[in-house]
Design a protein. Structure first.
Length: 387
């Protein structure tokens, strides 16, 4: 149980508490202070705010700074340390010296620091539009075609602002062209004015709607125009583009025919080219029912089995409707036999050491043949040659 202090004992305690209270109030009243030369304190003599006045448009921001001038004539920027206040927060607010304009009028902005205050006036003007522009300012479209207009308001204060979705749009004749949030849609042939309005300003867009015409293919291109592939490698998709007489890309209203002049080298299905064997081929895409076509030159690199020492050669000589063929090649090691298979017939080659030669015949419509090598271990390798 605590004992009560005697009156004589309580006096020193009361004096200490009173002294502490006075020091706390003094520190709160004078704020930040500097200490120089021993214990001498430097106090804030005055505050200086800049600029002398601030004028903003509604929605804009501006800045005041404040400097503390001390009794020893030193100056310190205390903008971030000061306490800021506004007399009319509905007109302008302030945080750390940054003023945000809210509405037309004037407000007093005050900075407090070190027991001193300084105030300046901010004047807020209503930010008005200087001009309203539409891009594009005129439109030429076909029936059922659309065009997007961008509406820009140029303010005195905040500059250019996109107000396309905020404006009021109207067509003088919606049977010719309609408009919604700046998107103009052609309805019927003719001319019409579209009006966009925003905050007292208006702009007119002249619109011409042309009769819709049926697109007719006038040109076709294919990408890529040349292609190098490896035999038994991955297939590649070709892309054909069809345009009309106005050079506009067509996405419908036509059929494409794909073909190859050498299916033994490269086949094609709906634009997908698949390498078959070594050689060259031309892939052609044609707009069905027209003479419009485009070509892609395809080269397929032959992948030879390890047994072959280089690619065998095929010599040919036309005899009427028949080719007389001579196939020669070299091998890296002796083999049991070599066969040439062409047009459904099999021919045995003559082997001399690691070289071979074979004569064969085939219809002139034939474009490839197979060379098959039989090894001593009863295994075989083969390659396909185009000619």
């Amino acid at each position: 149980m605590m004992k009560k202090l005697s009156r004589a004992a309580r006096v020193p305690v009361i004096l200490v508490l009173t002294l502490f209270f006075i020091m706390a109030c003094s520190m709160a009243a004078f704020g930040s202070q500097k200490v120089i030369e021993g214990n001498q304190q430097v106090k804030v003599k005055k505050l200086v705010m800049s600029p002398s006045k601030l004028q903003l448009y509604s929605g804009q921001t501006g800045n005041f700074t404040v400097q503390a001038v001390y009794t020893n004539k030193t100056v310190e920027d205390v903008t971030s340390q000061a306490v800021w206040a506004t007399s009319k927060p509905d007109i302008a607010t302030v945080t750390g010296g940054e003023v945000t304009a809210k509405a037309k009028g004037t407000a007093k902005i005050t900075a407090s620091f070190g027991g001193k205050k300084a105030s300046k006036t901010v004047t807020v003007k209503l930010d008005k539009i200087k001009s309203l522009t539409a891009d594009p300012s005129s439109v030429s479209i076909s029936e059922d075609e659309t065009e997007q207009i961008t509406l820009t308001a140029d303010y005195q204060g905040k500059g250019e602002v996109d107000v396309t979705d905020k404006a009021y749009w109207i067509s003088k004749d919606s049977s010719i062209a309609s408009v919604s949030n700046g998107t103009i849609t052609g309805k019927a042939p003719g001319s019409v004015k579209i009006i966009a309005s925003y905050e007292g300003k208006s702009v007119i867009i002249n619109v011409e709607v042309k009769e819709q015409t049926v697109q007719v293919p006038a040109k076709i291109t294919v990408e890529p125009t040349s292609l190098t592939m490896d035999a038994n490698g991955a297939a590649t998709k070709l892309v054909a583009t069809v345009k009309d007489k106005d050079d506009k890309i067509m996405t419908e209203g036509y059929v494409l025919d794909w073909s190859t002049d050498n299916a033994a080298v490269a086949s094609v299905d709906n634009g997908v080219v698949t390498p078959e064997s070594g050689g060259t081929a031309t892939i052609t895409v044609t707009v069905h029912g027209t003479n419009l076509s485009a070509n892609c030159a395809v080269t397929v690199n032959q992948t030879l089995p390890e047994i072959f020492d280089g690619t065998p050669t095929v010599g040919k000589f036309a005899l009427g409707n028949t080719y007389a063929l001579t196939i020669t090649g070299k091998l890296k090691e002796p083999v049991t036999s070599v066969q040439v298979i062409v047009a459904g017939a099999t021919y045995n080659a003559v082997i001399s050491g690691t070289s071979f030669t074979c004569d064969a015949t085939a219809p002139v419509t034939t474009t490839s043949l197979e060379v098959k090598v039989f090894k001593s271990n009863n295994q075989s390798d083969s390659c396909t040659l185009s000619f």
